[in-house]
Design a protein. Structure first.
Length: 317
């Protein structure tokens, strides 16, 4: 009886020791896995930082291009800044990209400034057209296509069939607003177009008369999450752009890259110059494009190694 009891104790002890060993092994694996996850997190963070740096450069370049396009139709840097602010506000309200508002403004300015339309009226018209696009559910591409045709019709002095059809197809709300301003149905509006009665002046006056109505309709539109997110992106791009304009950071970077490209053309004869330019470029702008490229490669290497280690730890578990 005692032997049986002793045997039971030994069996229980062996099970206990086995359990302790398994627990210790699990704890060791958990520690390793925790360490791997921490390392992976750092690698992912480094990749995200490199990507963010690249995005900053893209945002600065995009703002510089938009500002340059707007500047063609303004008489000073201060005026261009004010117009960009207005266009950003319009885009934010519509939940659209600033670039689409800039495209509408520049298209209309090119067509209407020569016929004496004031900048304030062009801005107000840009706002109204963007709002009509939102009310009608038109995409940014559809609005852009319609605005190109609309601007052409304004520059030509009269809306023609091709331009009218593009507006109807891409942004029907704009056509409805024109018709409402003229007290015409869509069918009657088409007839007026075919008869050459949709002159630039008539269309502009019609849209101007509908601005308050459009504002009231737009105010009833729900504010979506995607629109709010687009506003953040617009404001971030504007902030980076203004900061970049004041520091000239991307101009310095672009100049350095151009200089390096030129040196590479005759690399075999200018090795020292290439090294000098590359070092200067990295020193001046290491945290931007060059820095992000290096960081991306290093982060990807670290991430790959970390994932292999993580998979190994999982296999042990």
């Amino acid at each position: 009886m005692a032997d049986i009891a002793q045997l039971g104790i030994e069996i229980d002890t062996r099970k206990l020791k086995s359990g302790e060993k398994d627990l210790a092994s699990f704890a060791s694996t958990a520690d390793k896995t925790s360490s791997v996850v921490a390392t992976a997190t750092k690698a992912i963070a480094a990749m995200a930082a490199a990507f963010a740096t690249s995005q900053i450069v893209k945002a600065a370049d995009a703002y510089s291009m938009m500002n340059a396009r707007v500047s063609r139709f303004t008489d000073s840097a201060e005026s261009a800044t004010a117009v960009m602010r207005s266009l950003t506000n319009y885009a934010n309200a519509a939940g659209a990209e600033v670039g689409s508002a800039v495209a509408v403004f520049t298209s209309l300015s090119g067509a209407l400034q020569d016929v004496g339309t004031s900048q304030s009226d062009i801005l107000r018209l840009t706002e109204t057209l963007n709002k009509l696009g939102v009310i009608g559910g038109s995409s940014a591409d559809e609005v852009s296509n319609a605005m190109r045709q609309f601007a052409q019709s304004m520059a030509g002095g009269v809306v023609r069939a091709e331009e009218f059809n593009s507006i109807i197809e891409n942004t029907p709300e704009i056509a409805r607003a024109i018709g409402a301003g003229m007290n015409l149905s869509m069918g009657q509006l088409r007839t007026a177009m075919l008869n050459g009665q949709l002159t630039s002046e008539a269309v502009l006056n019609s849209l101007m008369s509908q601005m308050e109505t459009v504002d009231a309709q737009f105010a009833k539109m729900p504010r979506t999450v995607s629109a709010a997110m687009q506003t953040i992106e617009n404001e971030f791009g504007g902030f980076v752009g203004v900061l970049n304009n004041s520091t000239g950071a991307t101009s310095t970077l672009a100049g350095g890259i151009d200089a390096l490209s030129g040196a590479l053309v005759t690399a075999k004869d200018h090795t020292n110059e290439i090294i000098t330019v590359a070092e200067a470029l990295a020193a001046v702008y290491a945290s931007r494009l060059v820095g992000s490229m290096v960081a991306s490669k290093a982060a990807m290497t670290a991430f790959t190694a970390t994932m292999a280690l993580f998979n190994g730890a999982s296999a042990v578990a």
